[in-house]
Design a protein around this ligand. Structure first.
Ligand code: NDP
Length: 516
């Protein structure tokens, strides 16, 4: 079967500009004399019609859509076009108090005393509605966050629904999850989520909390409030008792008023290490339970016996998935010295095929960076990498004229001391370091204040087990990367936070265990 001609970027000798030509087709294809065939992906945009955007979104408190106490609003924009999508009510500390009171009332009057079997019915219903409305959620998520539709459609939304299915299954089986103990709900959970996986992080937080009998007040990130507000609609559609779930967008400081609210029993946060530390201080001295899922600087370690083509796919998935805006992204590639050259060559070839652009186009691999601020942070760190002497490679690809886009970037000649090897960039930027022995790989991989995830690529099972034991990371993937499953716990060590989400461990974070 003939292969498609591929795009080959090269510099125009006259103007110096990057141009795209196409490899000549072999004459045996019957397409002529081997002259270049003009070939390009046709645009394949997902329709926006499935989403009905409201002009204004309110706060979701006590089962109702309400305005902010001071009437304030803010605009949420599409990072791929810089166009405003909608106005959203801007919650205040008074609104957080309203939300917590509604959640407490629901906990006392309905949810806290409902049987596990009844709670499960609601969770199953939510899961099913999420599946039924999956296209609507996927398109809205891509519009509000900038992530490619193929990721929101195939990863974020199905996984969010899977979390509700999974925890629905546990709701009436807590005695099996914690044998010999009685699991009581904690009460009201205050939850703050980031912008990189808005709906999925909501599901990670709300599903186990509800399964265990808690009620929640959730603050979404200011750049991505829309899927959480659409989820409010799902709660109404599922007839969830009012106040069990409350969703209050608002600025970061308003999040702090949720954290320090005296009637909140449990705080769950995903976001930056910096804010995580502030939240830990805000909770200190109280009886509140706390889980923190913070940043990372994962090492993706490739040994010389690894299948290189497979490893290249894992490296690309590890760092360019969701524009690299992933806490567990494999942002440091540790390559064994003997294979570094062929590996980099293959990586560069692969990078040339990555398509950056419209998040709603089904062919897009890398969408828009979530916000101007995040784009500036990435740009600043990439400039620091160049200034510190690392060698930068970016494939020649055209970026849209508007919107926050960044080329997939690869740095070689990176030293451990470089900022790009130490700091979380949260963008499509890979730093390549090398090692000679497994011990050196372990030392370099663990030489970070973070400890969220790691990857190992090798043909030897014994080496995988040896490395996994030495890795100071909450999740270690072997011959794969960025795999998520609701049954599997996820969380970090050191500055990546503490507590686990997912699996039975995720339930544990929302219960108080008593003796029978
Ligand atoms: P933040 O940690 O500031 O944001 C995460 C969430 O916390 C958002 O809902 C945010 O609200 C809220 N928040 C902000 N300030 C406070 C506060 N004082 N008290 C309570 N809640 C608060 O992350 P950024 O958006 O600023 O991103 C900065 C960097 O953090 C990124 O470049 C990346 O390195 C890292 N990050 C890591 C994530 C992870 O999954 N581990 C996720 C997101 C970012 P609001 O949106 O209104 O500011």
């Amino acid at each position: 079967m003939p292969r498609m001609a591929t795009r080959t970027p090269s510099a125009d000798a006259r103007t110096g500009e990057i141009v795209h030509t196409n490899d000549a087709a072999p004459s045996s294809w019957g397409l002529g004399d081997g002259a270049a065939i003009p070939w390009e992906y046709a645009p394949a945009p997902e329709s926006r019609d499935v989403v009905t955007l409201k002009e204004r979104y309110g706060l979701f408190i006590g089962g109702r859509d309400v305005a902010a106490s001071d009437g304030g609003t803010f605009a949420t924009i599409n990072p791929a076009t810089e166009e405003p999508l909608a106005l959203v009510a801007r919650g205040t500390p008074a609104d957080m108090d309203r939300g917590v009171r509604a959640a407490r009332k629901a906990f006392r009057r309905s949810w806290g005393s409902l049987s596990g079997r009844e709670r499960a019915k609601y969770l199953f219903r939510i899961a099913r509605i999420l599946q039924e409305r999956s296209r609507e959620f996927a398109v809205l998520e891509s519009m509000d966050s900038g992530k490619p539709i193929k990721e929101s459609r195939d990863v974020d939304v199905p996984l969010a629904a899977a979390h509700f299915w999974y925890y629905a299954g546990w709701a009436d089986k807590l005695e099996y999850a914690f044998p010999g103990r009685v699991a009581r709900p904690l009460g009201v959970a205050g939850q703050i989520i980031p912008w990189n996986f808005p709906l999925l992080m909501l599901a990670w937080k709300i599903a186990p909390a509800l399964a265990a009998g808690n009620t929640v007040v959730l603050k979404p990130a200011s750049t991505t409030p829309l899927s959480a507000l659409l989820f409010a609609d799902v709660c109404q559609q599922a007839d969830l008792p009012p106040g069990v779930v409350n969703i209050i967008p608002g600025p970061g400081e308003v999040g702090m008023s949720l954290v320090t609210h005296p009637d909140v029993d449990k705080v769950a946060f995903t976001g930056s290490t910096d804010i995580g530390k502030r939240i830990a201080k805000g909770v200190a001295g109280s009886n509140k339970a706390l889980t923190l899922e913070l940043g990372g600087k994962a090492a993706n370690i490739v040994f010389d016996d690894a299948p290189l083509d497979q490893a290249v796919e894992g490296i690309v998935n590890g760092i360019y998935f969701n524009q690299g805006e992933v806490c567990c992204a494999g942002s440091r590639l540790l390559a064994q010295e003997s294979i570094v050259e062929p590996l980099i060559e293959k990586l560069k070839d692969r990078l040339a095929t990555i398509r950056v652009g419209d998040p709603l186009d089904k062919n897009t691999d890398v969408g828009a960076i979530n916000s101007r601020a995040q784009l500036e942070k990435i740009t600043e760190l990439v400039a620091a990498g160049q200034a510190e002497g690392a060698e930068m490679y970016q494939p020649a690809c055209d970026l849209p004229a508007r919107g926050y886009f960044f080329r997939p970037t690869l740095f070689t000649n990176v030293a451990q001391s470089h900022r790009i090897a130490r700091e979380e960039i949260f963008g499509p930027v890979l730093s390549v370091l090398t090692f000679r022995t497994p011990d050196e790989a372990v030392e370099k991989a663990n030489n970070t204040p973070y400890g969220l995830s790691a990857g190992i690529w090798t043909d030897k099972g014994s080496r995988i087990l040896h490395m996994v034991r030495k890795m100071k990371a909450g999740v270690v993937w072997a011959n794969t990367f960025n795999r998520f499953d609701p049954t599997s716990p996820f969380g970090g060590y050191k500055e990546s936070g503490f507590g686990r989400e997912g699996g039975m461990h995720g339930l544990h974070a929302y219960v108080r265990l008593e003796d029978r």
